[in-house]
Design a protein around this ligand. Structure first.
Ligand SMILES: [Zn+2]
Length: 338
């Protein structure tokens, strides 16, 4: 089997790897229907997160179950399944509280940019669809594996309510799907912060009512202008830099909430400033597993079409070009077909 392996900055190779097999009795092996490249894959790709050695890449997946371990009870060969980037037992106290990405037995799922994948804790991690979906539903179902679930968590953590005024920091796939999530949750006004014409267009399609092109302090000032000096009720932070986090906190009204899902890189918070903002902060690695059943229904019922974030589709063996396109911001998100 050939799959994507990162060797160093901007060096992704598509090369021979061992085909996955059942190792633990709770494992499943799935044949990939589609996989993709994540914005977070760009951190190691750009060398910002150094890697220890050649690293199999990819953590977003959906496909057909090929084989299961002897302890797997609910997941069966032939089912179409979607799972999150963290495997979880879905039974421990943290899972039962809805925080499967903090599962006591969590395990990172890696190496998904390949034709097949081993998924640990299959019963707790994978959600099977009732029927095998048609090919045109695959991009939207794949998006649930990470970016849609993460955008949804950003909106959920930011406490988006019907009629709320929402700001979204970040116009990557997660930010754009944060817009879509806020719209689904009934937000009255959604201000998307973006400087890119194609992303602004998609943000509007997903439900953004205002586009803010300013950043940093100017972006905060613009959000304040648009809200008569009040600030937003809910702000979704979908980048993970110090600037974007401060932009999110300072755009929020006293008593409002920030949902932060960008993996922090160099974010430091000043306790005293935070104290006087009166802002709630909640975030972290999205417990995508919590939202999968509902999001699958929304896709099957045609209520959401998160697959629109894929603006480049390549055969899996062209994975290196997919990384380049995202690195150079020529593509929002690359879908890979085995
Ligand atoms: Zn658990």
């Amino acid at each position: 089997m050939r799959g994507a392996v990162l060797y160093g900055p901007r060096d992704v190779r598509f090369e021979e790897r061992d085909a996955p097999t059942i190792i633990e009795p709770t494992d499943a092996v799935i044949r990939m229907s589609a996989t993709c490249i994540c914005g977070s894959d760009l951190w190691p790709y750009r060398g910002i997160n150094p890697i220890a050695g050649p690293t199999p890449m990819g953590h977003e997946y959906c496909g057909i179950v090929e084989d299961v371990g002897r302890a797997v009870a609910s997941i069966k060969p032939g089912q179409f399944v979607i799972g999150s980037f963290f495997a979880s037992d879905n039974t421990c106290p943290h899972c039962r509280a809805g925080y499967q990405s903090s599962c006591r037995h969590r395990a990172l799922v890696g190496g998904a940019q390949a034709p097949a994948l081993r998924v640990p804790l299959a019963d707790g991690t994978l959600v099977a669809t009732r029927d095998v979906p048609s090919d045109d539903a695959i991009p939207s179902l794949l998006a649930l594996s990470d970016v849609m679930g993460t955008g949804w968590f950003a909106a959920d953590a930011a406490n988006v309510k019907a009629g709320a005024t929402v700001a979204v920091v970040g116009d990557g796939a997660v930010g754009l799907l944060g817009v879509l999530s806020a719209k689904q949750m009934g937000a009255g006004r959604i201000m998307a912060m973006s400087r890119h014409a194609s992303r602004q267009k998609l943000a509007r399609e997903f439900g953004a009512t205002d586009i803010v092109t300013e950043r940093g302090d100017e972006g905060v000032a613009r959000i304040k202008d648009l809200t008569k000096g009040v600030g937003a009720d809910s702000v979704l932070e979908c980048v993970g830099t110090h600037e974007s986090m401060m932009q999110a906190i300072r755009s929020t009204r006293p008593g409002g909430s920030v949902g932060y899902v960008g993996v922090p890189h160099g974010v430091t918070l000043n306790g005293e400033e935070l104290f006087y903002t009166h802002v709630r902060l909640h975030g972290g690695p999205a417990p995508v597993r919590r939202f999968l059943p509902d999001l699958i229904s929304l896709v099957f019922n045609g209520k959401i079409n998160p697959g629109k974030v894929f603006d480049l589709t390549l055969p899996l063996d062209h994975v290196a070009e997919g990384y380049r396109a995202m690195d150079e911001r020529r593509a929002i998100k690359t879908l890979l077909r085995p």
